[in-house]
Design a protein around this ligand. Structure first.
Ligand code: NCD
Ligand code: ZN
Length: 346
């Protein structure tokens, strides 16, 4: 197959940042995806409906005129979030979920939740109003091995949470392990997961190939080959509980190439193309469209997009860097090839 046409996809997990940085990265996503769920981990975090609507407007103002693109907003859950905020979010019609960052789990998560019991009232209201909870699923205990933090989170936090709020719809974001795949497959209805391109295409060796590779560092960190194979089997199965969320997370080169580098991989410049590679490697290219353009929309109860994109199997070389405000950033596959190219968006 040398070309593939898909219904326009949605990115259900995206970091856009703000200001000049946002303007630098937004066109990559808008060229490919019709909608994206915009993560709220700005500084200060997007904790209220008013903040989210103002951020949404800044994104709309920064968009190129074509093709159309709709930002779907989410609120940053804190210990202090008021249940009434859930009502306002739902009433806005622009906010699809609330994001749980365990405090300290990842980039800009220090305002996150310190103890689940503190947000029970908010979760109960979300369940009632049917707002989706998006979960960064890692425990933060420094004693727990960094490669075990997702699996521990399932047992200690996610499984009990899903049981305590049986009608709350939950997206387990950027899953990385076989344990997470199995949790989703065995879970009650209303539980789904996003899968990133990096966790499908790389295992943890990619952090150390020929030396330390800060641009391959993200959270949750890359896992073992057997975990990666479990993710590939999950997406190749066509199960609707797995869908596209890039977790594209731009950081300036200077914040990555430093003694204590930030977590986050930028993939928006070639996101759908990278997923095409992953599906092709799993012998499941025919399942890409449902994963990218149907499962996420259906889970969020949004209409499927009507436009189309076409990808052709023509390798192209990724630039070594892209401008990023006053700095630059190093994209995934910098200076290397991606096997598929975006040919057209309608
Ligand atoms: C994200 C970021 O940079 O905002 N980083 C990452 O490694 N994925 C935060 C997150 O989603 O964990
Ligand atoms: Zn993220």
């Amino acid at each position: 197959m040398t070309s593939i046409t898909l219904r326009r996809p949605d990115d259900l997990h995206l970091h856009l940042r703000d200001g000049e940085s946002m303007r630098a990265v937004l066109p990559f996503t808008a060229a490919r995806f019709a909608r994206a769920v915009i993560m709220p981990n700005l500084r200060p975090p997007v904790t209220t409906t008013a903040h989210a609507l103002a951020y949404r407007q800044r994104i709309l103002d920064a968009l190129p005129p074509q093709p159309t693109f709709e930002p779907l907003m989410t609120l940053y859950l804190t210990d202090g979030t008021d249940a009434a905020e859930v009502d306002r979010a739902k009433a806005s019609g622009c906010i699809v979920g609330v994001k749980l960052y365990p405090a300290g789990a990842t980039t800009h998560s220090d305002a996150g939740v310190t103890e689940m019991a503190r947000v029970d009232g908010v979760l109960a209201r979300m369940e009632e109003r049917d707002l989706v909870l998006q979960v960064h699923g890692e425990v933060t205990d420094a004693e727990v091995d960094v490669f075990d933090r997702e699996a521990r989170f399932i047992d200690e936090v996610l499984a009990p949470l899903a049981a305590r709020f049986p009608r709350l719809r939950i997206v387990f974001e950027h899953i990385t392990t076989r344990a997470a795949v199995e949790f989703v497959l065995d879970a009650r209805p209303g539980i789904a997961a996003t899968v990133t391109p990096q966790h499908l295409l790389m295992n943890r060796n990619a952090l150390f190939t020929g030396g330390i590779r800060p641009h391959h560092y993200c959270l949750p960190v890359l896992k073992s080959q057997s975990d990666r194979e479990a993710l590939l089997r999950a997406i190749a199965s066509g199960d609707p509980r797995f869908f596209l969320g890039t977790d594209s997370a731009p950081h300036a080169r200077s914040a990555k190439e430093t003694p204590c580098g930030c977590a986050g991989i930028f993939s928006a410049h070639g996101a759908i193309e990278l997923y095409a590679e992953a599906f092709e490697s799993a012998g499941a290219l025919a399942r890409l469209e449902a994963f990218a353009s149907e499962h996420g929309a259906d889970f969020y109860r949004l209409p499927r997009n009507s436009g189309r994109i076409t990808l052709i199997r023509t390798p192209w070389e990724v630039p070594r860097s892209y401008p990023f405000g006053s700095e630059d950033l190093v994209p995934l596959r910098a200076g290397e090839q991606i096997g598929w190219r975006l040919a057209e968006t309608q």
